[in-house]
Design a protein around this ligand. Structure first.
Ligand SMILES: Nc1ncnc2c1ncn2[C@@H]1O[C@H](COP(=O)(O)OP(=O)(O)OP(=O)(O)O)[C@@H](O)[C@H]1O
Ligand SMILES: [Mg+2]
Length: 648
């Protein structure tokens, strides 16, 4: 009995196994149905879909019935990707295949990214392929955002520094390296106090930390020190970074280097100050000059008609001499305030320096050596020769005074071309072609606290008997009047360099136009459009020019001029226009419009103002592209010819 098989139990066991199997199948089925990943079961031989779980049908937008029985290649989301034989072959070989990032398109045309893993295995006597498909669109998007953020931070122009709550640097971007001079390796693990310049007191930092520790963001201005010791200025915002629980875990500082802006702002204030001092000085000098003229005249008539005694005559002479000294002083003040009239002409700066070297030698004395380094080519400028001499002499005298024991004075000239970036260096600078006149000495130098003041009238460090403080003020005024600017570099104990930039004439003034006018005046049948609202003046200009052999077209305002242009645009070689025109469109507006249409058009502007006043920042040169009214006929013809002939 004992060996008898337990008949009745056998059936039970089978039933149990079946039950267990069924239970297991059911639980797998549940897993399959409830899975939060897509599952696709394929017949390994035919590649047809045996089964697909609800997650995947929902993800792709197809029903279960639509998918089952199809080959993968027949299903549109897969048709470009895995329908091909290669996948099946690879699967057969390796039993496994995995794509990290496959793009699929859902039924409604949405693009999704999935991770795609296939296994091949045996079920009973059949081989099946199970594909697990995970939607990674959200993860990918998050990764892309991360990459975007990281790239932006890495490439930002602003310094970005992240510290822990103790202030220890954990991250610094490349802008930090560029601006502070410290590499990231040097900075990470350090406290930002390595940047301290000593310009802020302890209370400044305490207030900053109080704000940050209270969980608020702090905004302020730092004066910091680079690794090389130079000072720079930053506008900064420091914000606490919190974790999900709201706890402060980091601080992030975003800082903008404003050193340049601060410098330009200071220059701007200085320029404004000089402007108002100039106005004041000019106003006083003008009235004072008239008073001096009266003193002078009365003194002269006293000498002539008053029959003075010898003693009285001597008094009168002294009054007269004092008045003359006063007049010389006011002339300088007028120069500074740009009220002195200029008599500019085209001149070669090298030549004009050459002409005063003898005088400079006398001024400097035997103890000062002089060196010249001239640009090889002539440097043409449109300038008042007397004023240029005065600039040079004033600078040379200052250098002599700075070298009481002797030394060296170097005068250099060169041609320079500036682009937009020059504006960052000086508030008065603008892009274009310039000559640079530099005067350097090996003298005592200028202490940095004096530098901002040296161009002010009456700023002097010399004895009353030696200096009035008008030398550099005059230089400044002259250079401004010529639409240039001055830079100073000084090293106490080593010397000083003044660099003066003046607009350079790019078309070389021709010898002919200086000598006889007649051959150069003739028109060669070119067509000129004259825009002038004063009918008489317009007619006179047209008469002169047509007598010279030009064809003439006329307009009274900008709108008319545009109409004339429309009909004759291919014929017109030169536009002669008043700067101020009735009807809202200025001469500049008009020329800008026409030049856009024909960049080869030559333009001459006319105005009742002088070129310096009319220009307002644009390059206007008397006799080159500008005529101040009233202009003589000869000058008109000459300027027109020169403008037409200028090489561009
Ligand atoms: N090359 C230089 N080296 C050192 N200091 C200079 C130099 N040029 C100018 N300075 C300083 O700038 C001040 C102002 O110069 P500025 O030429 O305007 O007046 P001044 O020379 O004192 O008097 P003035 O030129 O009217 O005789 C000088 O007093 C001097 O302190
Ligand atoms: Mg001086």
């Amino acid at each position: 009995m004992a060996n008898d098989p337990p008949q009745g139990n056998e059936k039970d066991t089978v039933t149990l196994t079946e039950k267990a199997l069924r239970a297991s199948e059911l639980s797998y089925r549940r897993l399959f149905e409830a899975a939060q990943d897509g599952i696709l079961i394929l017949d390994a031989d035919t590649g047809r879909v045996n089964d697909v779980n609800p997650f995947l049908t929902k993800l792709l937008g197809f029903s279960h019935a639509e998918m089952v029985g199809q080959t993968v290649g027949e299903l549109s989301p897969f048709k470009d990707l895995v329908s091909n034989q290669i996948m099946l072959e690879r699967l057969q070989q390796n039993g496994y295949i995995r794509y990290e990032d496959l793009p699929l398109e859902t039924r409604d045309g949405r693009k999704i990214a999935v991770e795609f893993v296939c296994n091949i295995y045996q079920v009973g006597d059949k081989k099946v392929i199970q594909c697990n498909i995970r939607d990674i669109t959200a993860r990918k998007r998050a990764e892309e955002t991360q990459t975007l953020l990281a790239t932006a931070i890495e490439q930002a122009a602003e310094t970005i520094v992240i510290t822990d709550t103790h202030g220890t640097i954990q991250y610094a971007n490349p802008a930090f390296e560029r601006i502070s001079g410290y590499t990231r390796d040097e900075a990470i693990g350090q406290n930002p106090r390595v940047l301290k310049s000593g310009k802020h007191d302890a209370a400044f930092y305490r207030q900053m930390w109080d704000v940050l520790d209270s969980g608020q963001k702090w905004s302020g201005h730092f004066v910091n020190r680079r690794k090389d010791g130079t000072i720079y200025e930053e506008d900064a915002t420091i914000s606490p970074v919190r974790d999900k629980g709201g706890r402060i875990v980091n601080f992030v500082a975003v800082k903008r280097d404003v050193t340049r802006e601060m410098k330009l702002e200071a220059q701007f204030h200085q320029a404004q100050k000089m402007e108002s001092i100039g106005q004041l000085a000019g106003g006083v000098a003008h009235d004072f000059n008239n008073i001096l003229a009266v003193i002078q005249m009365q003194c002269d008539s006293l000498k002539i008609v008053g029959h003075p005694s010898a003693e009285q005559l001597e008094c009168a002479e002294e009054i007269s001499a004092a008045a003359q000294r006063g007049a010389a002083l006011t002339r300088q003040l007028l120069l500074f305030s740009r009220k002195q009239t200029m008599q500019p002409r085209d001149l070669d700066l090298n030549q004009s320096i050459n002409d005063v070297t003898k005088m400079l030698h006398r001024v400097l004395g035997a103890d000062v050596q002089m060196r010249f380094k001239f640009a090889k080519q002539p440097l043409f400028i449109h300038a008042d020769a007397g004023m240029m001499d005065q600039v040079l002499v004033n600078l040379a005298v200052n250098s002599r005074d700075a070298m009481p024991g002797g030394g060296m004075l170097v005068i250099e000239t060169s041609a320079v071309d500036f682009d937009e970036s020059v504006r960052a260096h000086s508030i008065q600078a603008s892009p274009g072609a310039y000559v640079c006149l530099s005067v350097s000495d090996t003298g005592c130098g200028i202490p940095s606290e004096n530098l901002p003041r040296i161009f002010e009238p009456f700023f002097t460090t010399k004895d009353a008997s030696k200096g009035t403080g008008l030398g550099l003020a005059t230089v400044f005024g002259i250079v401004q009047q010529h639409r240039g600017w001055v830079n100073v570099y000084s090293d106490v104990g080593h010397g000083t360099t003044f660099r003066i930039y003046l607009p350079r004439l790019t078309s070389v003034p021709t010898q002919e136009s200086k000598q006889s006018e007649s051959p150069a005046l003739c028109g060669g049948g070119e067509t000129i459009l004259v825009v002038e609202d004063d009918a008489f003046l317009g007619a006179a200009a047209r008469k002169t020019l047509s007598q010279c052999g030009y064809r003439m077209l006329a307009a009274m305002n900008g709108v008319q001029a545009l109409e004339v242009w429309q009909e004759n645009r291919d014929k017109i070689d030169l536009l002669l226009t008043d700067l101020v025109l009735p009807g809202g469109m200025s001469g500049m507006d008009l020329s800008a419009r026409l030049l856009m249409d024909n960049p080869k058009l030559r333009v001459i502007y006319a105005s009742g103002h002088s070129a310096e006043i009319a220009a307002k920042g644009s390059a206007l040169n008397e006799g080159v592209n500008f005529l101040s009214k009233p202009f003589p006929a000869g000058k008109l013809a000459q300027t027109v010819r020169r403008t037409l002939d200028a090489i561009r």
